[in-house]
Structure formats: structure tokens, C-alpha cells
Design a protein around this ligand. Structure first.
Ligand SMILES: Nc1ncnc2c1ncn2[C@@H]1O[C@H](COP(=O)(O)OP(=O)(O)OP(=O)(O)O)[C@@H](O)[C@H]1O
Length: 345
């Protein structure tokens, strides 16, 4: 978790690319962002939103068009190439397609950055052994990448990225090529990298599940702009932008729509309301008290509760059956405890 000081900071960053036909494409448009030391920060957005560009600016693989990028208090936009190389040594990177060297063993892949950094043989062996042990792949040390599963290859990718003890790990769609079970394993490993080694992690993803699993804070990127950012639970329990809402809907199926709603309607003739539920909303007790008082019955027809940023959030859709006025009174009472939305007939 963050101790509050910024390790990475974007100040009014703009990045445009000149395309072949002479047009400028705006990849990032006035981005202000701050990643605290020791946190797991997720950047979520659809394809083309600017996520990879943002990551490439953190390790200065691309120059900004305007604005500043600070890493550990140093403005990268003012540094010479030689000094940038030193900054990059403190930043590890994990890729979607793992990018391992096929001609080298697992051991050789993890040792490679150490060799480049000039570590002697004995120190390299000690460090690689330690890293393979940490990522749980010691038994595959002498295997080649093609002999490994995707999850195992990504473990090697993570070990390699950590080899030179970076303070920052950038994970660009690091689980997008993996199945859901393996994704879970890799995310748990990244979490350990953060909590046990104290490495600050920036995760780039288009998958809400990834944000939910590991991030402390999240920024939602849309067409080169940060449209929302903050603690995961806060951003996703109270999304203000359509893009954010669409991401939330991928994990919180809390309100029926389209065919789902039509199917429910065909079976339930009463009024339908969706109520938000969460740790801080005592819906159960309000419901049990109010239902008896107003003489209204209910059926739960749709909903789900998920864990998000360490909190329970979700929604339940109820069919309310009773006198019109009694149902109105019940809805009014529920609204004092939570958000309630009546679904259109
Ligand atoms: N080298 C480049 N030359 C021209 N345009 C580029 C270049 N790199 C990125 N872009 C453009 O900048 C915008 C942002 O691209 P970027 O790859 O950062 O988005 P992304 O959110 O990472 O997308 P994806 O998830 O598909 O990788 C896009 O419109 C893209 O076409």
C-alpha cells in the first residue's frame, strides 16, 4: 500500500504521433496522474485509449510532446539518454507476449539483464536462484520457453523484470494472453511482488477483473484523457463516466437489461426495482422491517455481490408485490438507505 509520496507523476502530459500521411494522432491529451510509492496502480481503458503510450513514457521509451513525467522526483523530460538508461534500470517491465529469449533457458533468461548490468557469475547465480524460487519455477530452470505453459512463461518474465531490483514494475496487459485460472495465479504473484518486495506496480489492462484483483487505485483512460481516477472501490462503486460504468458492468451484473430483462418480465408481473447493496448499506434489515410494515412481498429476480477494492458491492433486483401505494412507500423507505432504481415496464 502507498505511504503517500508520489513515485511517478504526470503533469499535463500530451503525446502526439505524426502518422505516415502527415496527420497528428493525439495519444495522450493533458494527463495528470500520480502513482504513490508502494501502491498497485491500474490504468484501464479500451483499445487505443493511450495506455501503452502512457507506459512507454514512464520508462522514457518515447519523448513527451509537452508536459513532464517525474520518476522518483526527477523530470525525465530533462534527462540525457545516458541518464535515462540509468532510470530505466530501476524500472522492470512485463509484457503481454512474455518476450522471452527462445534460445536461452529459464535460468539464462532471468540471468540476462544481470549480465548486461555487469554482475559477476557467482552473484548472477545467487540472484537467479533466489528469483526462480520467489516465482515458484525452480524446477524448470533448465527448460526452454517453448517447453513452458503461458503462466510459467509469465513467471519467468516477472522474475527477469525483477532481476536488478527495480523499484517500479510496469505490467502491460501481462495477463491478456492467459486463461482465467492462470490469470489469477499471475495476479497473485504480482500482488506478492508488491507486498513482499515493496515494488510499486503500474498495471495496464482492459480487463476489469485485473483491476478488481490487485489494484489499490485506478485511472480510467478514454481517448487519451484520464476521465476518472481514485481508489478502486470509490471509482467503481460510484462511476461518473459512461466508460467507467461499462467497465463496472463487466464484473457487476447487478441490473438486468435487454433479453435478461424481457425474460424476467415474462415471469414476474410485479414492479421491479434494483437496489444497490454493499458493506455500508443495511438493505436486509430495511427490507425485513419495511416489508411487514407495508404488507409488500418480494422475490429476488436478479443480482450479484462482488468484492471490489476490499469492499462488497453489487445490486439486487427485486420484484415487489403489493398495493401500489404500499410499494411506493416501501421504495421511499429503501431510498433512505440506498440507491433504488425502478426498471421500466
Ligand atoms: N508509434 C505510433 N505512431 C502512430 N500512432 C500511434 C503510435 N503509437 C500509438 N499510436 C496511436 O495512439 C493512440 C493510443 O495508442 P496506444 O497503443 O497507447 O493505446 P492502448 O490503449 O495501449 O491500445 P491497445 O490496448 O490497443 O494497445 C492510438 O490512436 C494509436 O493508434
Amino acid at each position: 500500500m502507498s505511504d503517500g509520496s508520489a513515485l511517478i507523476e504526470f503533469r499535463d502530459v500530451r503525446k502526439t504521433f505524426r502518422t505516415g500521411n502527415g496527420r497528428d494522432v493525439v495519444a495522450l491529451d493533458g494527463v495528470d496522474l500520480s502513482v504513490g510509492e508502494g501502491e498497485v496502480f491500474a490504468i484501464i481503458g479500451y483499445s487505443g485509449a493511450g495506455k501503452s503510450t502512457l507506459v512507454r513514457l514512464i520508462n522514457a521509451l518515447e519523448p513527451v510532446t509537452s508536459g513532464s513525467v517525474f520518476v522518483d522526483g526527477v523530470d525525465l523530460t530533462t534527462l540525457s539518454e545516458r541518464k535515462l538508461r540509468r532510470v530505466r534500470l530501476g524500472i522492470g517491465m512485463v509484457f503481454q507476449q512474455f518476450n522471452l529469449l527462445r534460445s536461452r533457458t529459464v535460468f539464462g533468461n532471468v540471468a540476462y539483464p544481470l549480465k548486461i548490468a555487469g554482475w559477476d557469475k557467482a552473484a548472477r547465480e545467487r540472484r537467479v536462484t533466489e528469483l526462480l524460487n520467489f516465482v515458484g519455477i525452480t524446477d524448470k530452470a533448465w527448460h526452454y520457453p517453448t517447453q513452458l505453459s503461458g503462466g510459467q512463461q509469465q513467471r519467468v518474465g516477472i522474475a527477469r523484470a525483477l532481476a536488478t531490483n527495480p523499484k517500479i514494475l510496469l505490467a502491460d496487459e501481462s495477463t491478456s494472453a492467459l486463461d482465467p485460472d492462470t490469470t489469477g495465479e499471475v495476479l497473485r504473484l504480482l500482488k506478492r511482488v508488491n507486498s513482499e518486495l515493496g515494488v510499486t506496480i503500474v498495471v495496464i489492462t482492459h480487463e476489469m477483473e485485473v483491476v478488481r484483483e490487485i489494484a489499490d487505485r485506478v485511472a480510467v483512460l478514454d481517448a487519451g484523457k484520464v476521465v476518472e481516477h481514485g481508489p478502486v472501490a470509490e471509482v467503481f462503486t460510484n462511476p461518473k463516466q459512461d466508460t467507467t460504468r461499462r467497465f463496472v458492468e463487466t464484473v457487476l451484473r447487478d441490473q438486468p437489461s435487454g433479453d435478461n430483462l424481457a425474460r424476467i418480465r415474462s415471469r414476474h408481473s410485479g414492479r421491479l426495482v434494483t437496489t444497490r447493496v454493499g458493506d455500508d448499506r443495511a438493505i436486509g434489515s430495511v427490507l425485513s422491517g419495511a416489508l411487514g410494515k407495508h404488507g409488500v412481498r418480494f422475490e429476488i429476480v436478479y443480482g450479484g455481490i462482488s468484492e471490489l477494492g476490499g469492499r462488497s458491492v453489487g445490486g439486487l433486483t427485486l420484484e415487489l408485490i403489493g398495493e401500489e401505494a404500499a410499494v411506493d412507500a416501501l421504495i421511499a423507505e429503501l431510498r433512505e438507505a440506498t440507491e433504488v432504481e425502478e426498471l421500466p415496464v
